[in-house]
Design a binder for this molecule. Structure first.
Ligand SMILES: Cc1cc2nc3c(=O)[nH]c(=O)nc-3n(C[C@H](O)[C@H](O)[C@H](O)COP(=O)(O)OP(=O)(O)OC[C@H]3O[C@@H](n4cnc5c(N)ncnc54)[C@H](O)[C@@H]3O)c2cc1C
Length: 494
């Protein structure tokens, strides 16, 4: 370490101004308000990568409509354990957002969360019988109360006229609907949280690219940052660093050199949405409708037709179409993937390359789809869709984690992974799904892993902010009712 280079030592450095850093910073400000926090973000504003409203699907994932969270067991029954877990995690987010809004720390919750029915829609006899069984299992569970099922075309016409119009009547179809779903504008939420952090004296340095992270002799971390306005290099120190760089987290984690960063790789998946530009069509749909992934398609490319609230307007998006791009961020470099291959993860990456040939082929096919081919996929949802009414927008990049697991070397992971050093002084968030919706749960995990000494003292405050912290709501119907009612009132979800 060169004398004179260090600007200042802070308690915490957060890298990246996405929803994850925003959530961790806000939790820390509630629990340890005296801690000094600094944020470095390479772009000019907060929430410009995956957390931006145009870069993700804005679904408040709580397993109300996503069919990939419930699987059919060999005996034909439906396994809903993953759905329960994800729903419980979303309830933690709702409570934290509700605390922030109720305490006037963030304003106008309707600017980032709106109620919207969540629906699942299937075609074909086998899928209809799966959906019916799924409905029967879920709807009797307290977390999923209020779910309805119908295979009656007249009812479906009432629920989803756009999807029913022009549809051949001979194929069995069915849908479930639950009105307690949400559309979350994660971009607006991220910006609100960073406004709140700024009000709490958090220093947020935009246009600052983190280039390196090194451990210092006293066990802290030195972060090398480039100010892209003047090209100057700065060095900052912190006792705790969170790498919340989204797709950019893996390369930064690798720079730390911690043993936990080894044998991990990343597989980038790009995305694309179709956006409806005809207000008459937009006005005729009012739901998030999730279908079933095509055979061979990865879970993140489950097609869905979504009412969204973006830039103060109701809009309609279809997708995402997955694709392949070697970039780790939308604003990343074509060399990201190749540069992430290191001697320690080479075999892991090669094994994944061999195993995932079918996925790579699928993604390349998706990239090569013409607009008309995409329209054909959209017409499976909206039979009368007109090409002139739909444009395309490029969505965010997801970097799926590749690691060696019991299932073998180079296994692709579809969830999120928190990687922490053994002493808890640095943590990184990798992976993408279920993503922003579960940011509060994931960041609470970071706090538990990285601050084992403080967490005991913080617990009463965490329980005050998030009453269901540590309590399964599925087993506490009274508390579930209480938090649902209170959060719906504060967030305007009634
Ligand atoms: C197509 C798509 C659909 C999705 N749909 C949903 C959905 O419906 N619901 C849901 O809950 N989640 C969804 N997700 C996932 C969700 O968007 C992400 O999990 C979440 O936004 C990740 O937040 P983050 O803060 O980790 O990353 P980001 O929002 O990507 O933020 C990372 C930030 O770090 C910055 N950064 C990176 N490297 C550096 C560096 N070296 N120095 C300084 N700054 C750096 C970046 O510029 C960026 O601003 C979707 C994602 C995609 C791509």
């Amino acid at each position: 370490m060169t004398a004179g280079r260090i600007q200042k030592k802070t308690s915490v450095i957060l890298i990246g101004a996405g929803i994850m850093s925003a959530t961790l910073g806000s939790l820390l400000k509630a629990l340890a308000p005296e801690w000094e926090i600094k944020v470095f973000e390479k772009l000019a504003e907060a929430g410009e990568e995956s957390s931006n409203e145009w870069n993700n699907a804005g679904t408040g994932h709580s397993a109300l409509c996503e069919l990939n969270y419930t699987s059919e067991k060999p005996d034909g029954s439906i396994d809903i354990s993953k759905a329960i877990k994800i729903n419980e995690q979303f309830q933690l987010s709702r409570q934290f957002w509700s605390y922030l809004a109720g305490s006037h720390l963030i304003r106008h919750p309707q600017g980032f969360i709106r109620p919207i029915p969540h629906m699942s829609f299937v075609q074909g006899g086998k899928n209809v019988s799966f959906l019916k069984k799924r409905f029967e299992t879920l709807s009797s569970h307290p977390l999923f109360q209020g779910m309805e099922f119908s295979d009656d075309p007249e009812k479906l016409n009432e629920w989803i006229p756009l999807i029913m119009e022009g549809r051949a009547s001979n194929e069995p179809i069915a849908a479930t609907k639950i009105n307690s779903g949400t559309d979350v504008n994660f971009g607006a939420l991220t910006r609100s949280l960073f406004d709140h952090l700024k009000n709490q004296n958090v220093e947020i340095d935009y246009k600052h690219l983190v280039k390196n992270i090194n451990r210092t002799s006293d066990g802290s971390w030195e972060v090398k940052v480039k100010d892209s306005e003047n090209g100057k290099i700065e060095h900052h120190m912190a006792q705790f660093v969170f790498i919340g760089g989204g797709g950019g987290s893996l390369p930064l984690l690798q720079k730390t050199g911690i043993p936990e960063s080894k044998h991990i790789g990343g597989f980038p998946v790009s995305g694309l949405f179709m956006v409806c530009s005809n207000p008459e069509v937009v006005a005729r749909h009012h739901a998030k409708v999730y279908g079933k992934a095509k055979i061979g398609a990865p879970p993140m490319s489950v097609p869905h037709l979504d009412t969204r609230y973006i830039e103060g307007k109701q809009t309609l998006l279809f997708g995402p179409f997955a694709g392949f791009s070697p970039k780790f961020l939308k604003t990343g470099s074509n060399l990201d993937l190749i540069r992430s291959v290191k001697p320690d993860n080479l075999l892991t990456m090669l094994a994944a390359g061999i195993k995932q040939r079918a996925l790579t082929r699928y993604l390349i096919q998706q990239v090569l789809l013409s607009n008309e081919k995409r329209m054909e996929e959209l017409r499976e949802f909206v039979p009368n869709a007109k090409s002139a009414d739909w444009d395309t927008v490029v969505a965010g990049q997801r970097v799926q984690v590749i690691k060696d697991t019991e299932a073998g070397r180079g296994t692709l992971q579809f969830g999120t992974e928190v990687v922490t050093s053994a002493d808890g002084s640095i943590a990184a968030l990798l992976g993408a799904s279920p993503g922003a919706s579960t940011a509060v749960y994931v960041m609470l995990q970071v706090l538990e892993k990285c601050f084992p000494e403080q967490i005991k003292a913080w617990k009463p405050k965490i329980k005050e902010i998030i009453p269901s912290y540590g309590v399964p709501l599925a087993e506490n119907p009274a508390l579930l009712r209480e938090v649902r009612t209170a959060t719906a009132r504060t967030l305007g979800l009634n």
